[in-house]
Design a protein around this ligand. Structure first.
Ligand code: ATP
Ligand code: LTN
Length: 329
């Protein structure tokens, strides 16, 4: 069994992009591999957070993990800040990464907007992400396409430190990306990715959205004027994005979807998609409501942190020894 690690930020509004790009794979992988799923609150504070809201959002994501089908008997589910090894290994990774590498990260460029007033955490964030993964000797990291560059950097850090300190320092991980859904675009602007932070509520569908909101967002989604249901990212990004969502939920190919809607306009296609998404999200919402305020949720996180620490501690010790921390007694 290979070891799998991934994380989601507790910043609210978990949306279809997060689900189809990453979370859906989390569930699929737990039957084949040894999976560790984290709620990365230390990453969340790279931008300002209200402490009270942050604590709530941690439990929101934990409950969502379970609601989509992550089974705590099969997978470890825990909160990053409860395992101190992340921050400790993060520092070691930071010291083995050049500032040039970090300034080149496209996510840093986008999120900082070139301003020097942004927090330093936003710049060094990828070294903490590398530590998250390397701390567990993880081999597979299921994520959306937007994280490709961060995974590459993680591999670079691991290989560089293996060269410097010996091959058994780190396991070099691989990213795992979905075929359909690795990059879901905003519904109001199919040229930018669906995001938690966009101000237009109708730009995304959150996993806990009411059926009416789902309908509104899909029926209003930006398409084009030629009315043909055809997959063509370049020239028809809006309908192609909706087809990607359709395909991810139904397992139909783009060819099959095109055939089904031949001679129909976007209206029929969108109406069907509304029902498909509503039906897929209804059981998730129901399960979420059951578990979000339960004692069981806290117990699962406490147990998850214990199990995570048991894996992380010997790995951290191994790396600290290599780096030269401590002294001979
Ligand atoms: P956002 O950009 O929406 O604020 P994020 O990428 O900053 O989200 P996370 O919640 O930690 O933060 O992301 C969880 C997972 O969802 C990651 O694996 C990420 O790659 C994936 N993901 C995020 N947005 C999309 C998208 N639009 N399409 C596909 N996958 C996505
Ligand atoms: N950077 C990721 C979240 C994240 C992560 C990780 C994903 C933090 N640490 C480790 C996979 C493995 C994001 O913003 N989506």
């Amino acid at each position: 069994m290979a070891r799998v690690f991934s994380g989601v930020q507790p910043t609210g509004n978990i949306h279809l992009g997060n689900y189809l790009g990453a979370l859906k794979q989390f569930v699929e992988l737990q039957d084949q591999e040894e999976c560790i799923y984290c709620i990365v609150d230390e990453h969340a504070i790279t931008v300002p957070q209200d402490p009270k809201e942050l604590r709530e959002h941690v439990l929101d994501v934990a409950a969502l993990y379970l609601a989509i089908g992550i089974d705590p008997k099969k997978s470890i589910v825990f909160v990053q800040s409860q395992v101190s090894g992340h921050a400790e290994l993060g520092w070691i990774c930071t010291c083995n990464t050049s500032t040039g590498e970090l300034f080149r990260m496209t996510q840093f460029k986008a999120k900082s907007g070139g301003k020097e007033s942004v927090g330093t955490g936003l710049l060094v964030y990828p070294t903490l992400m590398a530590a998250d993964i390397l701390l567990y000797d993880a081999e597979i990291v299921p994520v959306g396409n937007d994280q490709k560059q961060h995974i590459e950097l993680t591999r670079d850090i691991a290989q560089r430190m293996n060269f410097k300190y010996g091959d058994d320092c780190f396991v070099v991980p691989d990213g795992r990306f979905m075929k359909a859904g690795a990059r879901i675009m905003a519904l109001d602007d199919p040229t930018s990715k669906m995001s938690k932070s966009a101000t237009n509520e109708l730009s995304r569908i959150s996993l806990l959205d009411e059926p009416n909101k789902i309908k509104k967002a899909i029926m209003k989604a930006t398409t084009d004027s030629d009315g043909v249901v055809k997959f063509d990212i370049e020239n028809k990004p809006g309908i192609s994005n909706l087809m990607t969502i359709y395909a991810a939920f139904t397992d139909m190919s783009f060819d099959e979807i095109e055939k089904k809607y031949e001679g129909h306009g976007y209206g029929d296609f969108k109406k069907d998609l509304v029902v498909i998404v509503q039906d897929a999200l209804a059981p998730i919402r129901e399960r979420y409501e059951e578990i979000r305020h339960s004692d069981e949720l806290i117990e699962i996180l406490e147990d998850g942190a214990k199990r995570a620490r048991a894996i992380a501690e010997p790995v951290l010790k191994r790396v600290q020894d290599k780096v030269g921390f401590g002294y001979d007694k």
